[in-house]
Design a protein around this ligand. Structure first.
Ligand SMILES: NC(=O)c1ccc[n+]([C@@H]2O[C@H](COP(=O)([O-])OP(=O)(O)OC[C@H]3O[C@@H](n4cnc5c(N)ncnc54)[C@H](O)[C@@H]3O)[C@@H](O)[C@H]2O)c1
Length: 341
């Protein structure tokens, strides 16, 4: 029998009778039905990055396999003792899926009981990947953007464009958003849906430059490409802007990257790992990672006119920090399917 957790962020506890071992399976719809708020999610991420900054998180750089050009399937394990959270995400990213009507990102996440290692829950990871990545942008922005930021540019209006904007709107008094996507119908849908959802003026633009120059915050969330054709040029980013590159350096020319006063990442080891694998050839060496910034070991924004950037690669600790809370709420509300191990 599985004993449900009572603590705020812990996963269901371990199995007592091995013959009666069960895991909770949460489909994509189940995870969505839990309805975890972006505000709670950002708080969980902040706690996880604080633990990372204190050196209390075990999280090896993600290994992967690559069955198609520019595609990946990554293994992302993490252990966060203070949150009693341990598990792994097995996630794929396939840029060509859009033309097949399939999602770019898909995969599964498994939580393990930290005391016994026994799996306690399996869930679809689409929601968590989409929302924790937006949440990580907002967390980085909390430290690196101007608190009065009110204009944002979203370059690529897919899943990440949406969740990054939802998260930013949670933290900043956004008044106007400029949206650009290479597919006009996707852009139009984004403008319609997001202005309705957030009550913010959203303006569709036909050139990337128009979603960069007028903005306090810029998010690039297009495909990650090993050999990109970056659009954002020197001189487009005005002083005081914060940028979040969710798509590595794919959108940024070397000269534009060199204009930033501070470039941070979420994890130096993973940044170095990707550099060794051919990415970030012209990106400045990050001055800090998000754990160092959250714990105050490294400064965030220090002046209003600084140009700052976060290159969040996406970390297992983000998924594993959020998943136990989804499981806890699912159990509380009777959501999901119990399966025999
Ligand atoms: N860093 C992280 O933690 C993290 C996590 C998840 C996804 N990602 C990355 O985020 C990116 C977007 O993922 P998604 O799930 O939103 O995919 P998606 O397919 O939902 O959206 C991608 C969008 O990009 C648009 N696009 C393609 N080229 C473009 C260009 N040059 N300019 C503007 N728009 C363009 C497409 O039309 C599409 O709307 C991917 O590169 C993915 O690998 C990063």
């Amino acid at each position: 029998m599985l004993i449900p957790a009572t603590a705020a962020v812990s996963a269901p506890r371990t199995v007592i009778d091995p013959m009666d071992a069960r895991v909770l399976y949460l489909s994509r719809a189940d995870v969505e039905a839990v309805g975890l708020s972006m505000g709670t999610l950002i708080d969980l991420l902040e706690r996880a990055f604080h633990e990372k900054g204190e050196g209390h998180v075990e999280m090896p750089p993600k290994p992967g396999i690559h069955t198609q050009p520019d595609a990946f399937i990554h293994a992302m394990p993490a252990w966060i003792p203070a949150m009693e959270a341990s598990g792994i995400k097995w996630v794929s990213g396939y840029p060509a899926n859009q033309s097949l009507g399939l999602p770019y990102i898909s995969g599964l996440l498994i939580l393990n009981d930290p005391a016994t290692g026994i799996p306690t829950a399996i869930m679809d990871c689409t929601w968590i990947t989409a929302y924790r990545t937006g949440g990580a942008t907002a967390l980085a922005a909390r430290y690196l953007a101007r608190a009065d930021s009110e204009t944002a540019g979203i370059l690529a209006c897919g899943v990440q464009g949406r969740t990054n904007l939802i998260a930013l709107a949670e933290v900043f008094p956004l008044r106007r958003v400029y949206a650009f996507d290479t597919v006009p119908e996707v852009q139009e849908r984004f403008v319609r849906d997001m202005s309705e959802r957030l009550g913010i003026e959203i303006v569709g633009v036909t050139e990337p430059r128009a979603a960069v120059e007028p903005c306090d915050i810029v998010v690039t969330s297009g495909p990650i490409l090993l050999h990109p054709h970056p659009a954002i040029q020197t001189g487009w980013v005005r002083p005081g802007t914060f940028a979040s590159a969710v798509d590595f350096d794919s959108y940024w020319q070397a000269g534009a990257l060199a204009e930033f006063d501070k470039v941070a990442t979420d994890d130096r080891a993973q940044f170095d790992y990707y550099r060794e694998h051919g990415y970030f050839g012209q990106t400045p060496v990050p001055y800090a990672d998000l754990g160092e910034i959250v714990t105050g070991r490294k400064p965030g924004r220090e002046r209003d006119d600084e140009r700052t950037m976060a290159i969040n690669l996406g970390l297992a600790l983000e998924d594993i920090a959020v998943a136990p809370e989804i499981v806890r709420r699912a159990i509380e509300h009777g959501i999901g399917t119990w399966l025999p191990l």
